[in-house]
Ligand binder design. Structure first.
Ligand SMILES: NC(=O)c1ccc[n+]([C@@H]2O[C@H](COP(=O)([O-])OP(=O)(O)OC[C@H]3O[C@@H](n4cnc5c(N)ncnc54)[C@H](OP(=O)(O)O)[C@@H]3O)[C@@H](O)[C@H]2O)c1
Length: 266
C-alpha cells in the first residue's frame, strides 16, 4: 500500500483547539501542506488557529464547532468532512479523570465514555463505510494511549476507554477490503498538554514528552500507514520491556507513582 500524500488533501482533526490536536494541525500545515478541517467546542481557539495556519502556511482551513459527546454533532462532523472530500481522519479528542474511580460521578464517567469511545465508534463506522463503498484512497488514525497497555490506577475509566480504542482499531483494520484505506493506532505516553496541566499531574511532569515530538512521530507513522505508532524510543523500548513483566507487577508500580502524584497535589 502506498504512503499517504497529504499535500493539498483535506485532513480532519478532532480536538484541534489544544494539545496534541493543535500541534498535529500545525505540523500537517507546515511540513505536509495539508488542508485542514478542525473540530472542537471552543470556537475562539479554532478561529485563532485557523487564522494563524492560513497566514503562515498558505493552506485552506475550515473549522466546525462540535461537542463530540452529542450524537447530532457527530453526524454534522461526518457530513462536513465528506462534503470536503476528506482524505485523512485523525480522531484525537479525548478527556480524562485523574483520581479515585469511586469518587467519580456516573454522569462524568458517562461523558468520558461518550467522548472517548462513542464518538470514535460512530465516526469510525461512518468513515469506514464511506471509504469501503467509494473505494477511495485515505486513512484513519485513532489516538489511544500507552495507558491502554498496562493498568493505570486512578485513571481507570480513562485507561479503559483507551484500551477499547487500541483493540477496536487494530481488530477493525483487518476487516478492511479497500486496499487504499488503512487504520493506524497512535498510542503516546504522557505528553505536556492541557490534559496534564493540573496539579494532580504535578509529580508526573518529568515523564511527559514535549507534544511537538509526539506529533512529529504520529504523523510520520500515519503517513507510512503504520499499524501501531508509539512516539519516542524510550516508549518503544518501554513497551517491549513491559510485555515481559507480569501485569499485576506493572499495576503495582503505576499505583505507587500515580498515588504519590495525587497525594502531593492535595
Ligand atoms: N496528554 C497526555 O499525556 C496523553 C497521553 C496519551 C494519550 N493522550 C490522548 O491524546 C489525545 C489528545 O489529548 P491532549 O493531551 O492533547 O488533551 P487536551 O490538551 O486536553 O486537548 C483535548 C482536545 O479535545 C477536545 N475535546 C475534549 N472534549 C471534547 C468534546 N466533547 N467535543 C469536542 N472536542 C473535545 C478539546 O477541545 P475543546 O475543549 O475546545 O472542545 C481539545 O482540543 C486524547 O485522546 C488523549 O487521551 C494524551
Amino acid at each position: 500500500m502506498s504512503s499517504l500524500q497529504f499535500k493539498d488533501k483535506w485532513v480532519l482533526i478532532t480536538g484541534a483547539s489544544a494539545g496534541l490536536g493543535k500541534e498535529l494541525a500545525i505540523q500537517l500545515a507546515r511540513d505536509y501542506h495539508a488542508n485542514l478541517i478542525l473540530i472542537a467546542r471552543r470556537e475562539g481557539k479554532l478561529s485563532e488557529l485557523q487564522s494563524f495556519l492560513i497566514s503562515q502556511y498558505d493552506i485552506h482551513v475550515k473549522y466546525l464547532v462540535a461537542d463530540l459527546s452529542v450524537q447530532e454533532d457527530l453526524e454534522k462532523v461526518y457530513q462536513f468532512s465528506i462534503s470536503n472530500n476528506v482524505y485523512g481522519m485523525i480522531l484525537n479528542a479525548g478527556v480524562t479523570y485523574f483520581g479515585e474511580d469511586c469518587q467519580l460521578e456516573f454522569a462524568q464517567a458517562k461523558k468520558i465514555i461518550e467522548t472517548n469511545i462513542n464518538s470514535v465508534v460512530y465516526l469510525t463506522q461512518k468513515f469506514v463505510q464511506y471509504f469501503e463503498t467509494k473505494k477511495q484512497e485515505g486513512a484513519l488514525m485513532l489516538v489511544s494511549s500507552m495507558a491502554a497497555m498496562f493498568p493505570a490506577p486512578y485513571q481507570s475509566i480513562y485507561s479503559g476507554t483507551k484500551s477499547f480504542l487500541f483493540s477496536y482499531g487494530h481488530a477493525l483494520s483487518h476487516e478492511l477490503k479497500n486496499k487504499q484505506f488503512s487504520i493506524s493506532i497512535f498510542a503516546p505516553g504522557g505528553m505536556q498538554t492541557e490534559m496534564t496541566e493540573g496539579d494532580s499531574f504535578g509529580g508526573l511532569q518529568k515523564w511527559l514528552m514535549p507534544v511537538n515530538q509526539a506529533a512529529k512521530d504520529a504523523l510520520a507513522g500515519f503517513a507510512k500507514r503504520k499499524y501501531t505508532i508509539l512516539p519516542g524510543w524510550q516508549n518503544r523500548i518501554g513497551a517491549k520491556f513491559m510485555r515481559l513483566l507480569p501485569l499485576k507487577f506493572l499495576g503495582n508500580q503505576m499505583e505507587k507513582v500515580y498515588k504519590k502524584s495525587l497525594d502531593n497535589s492535595k
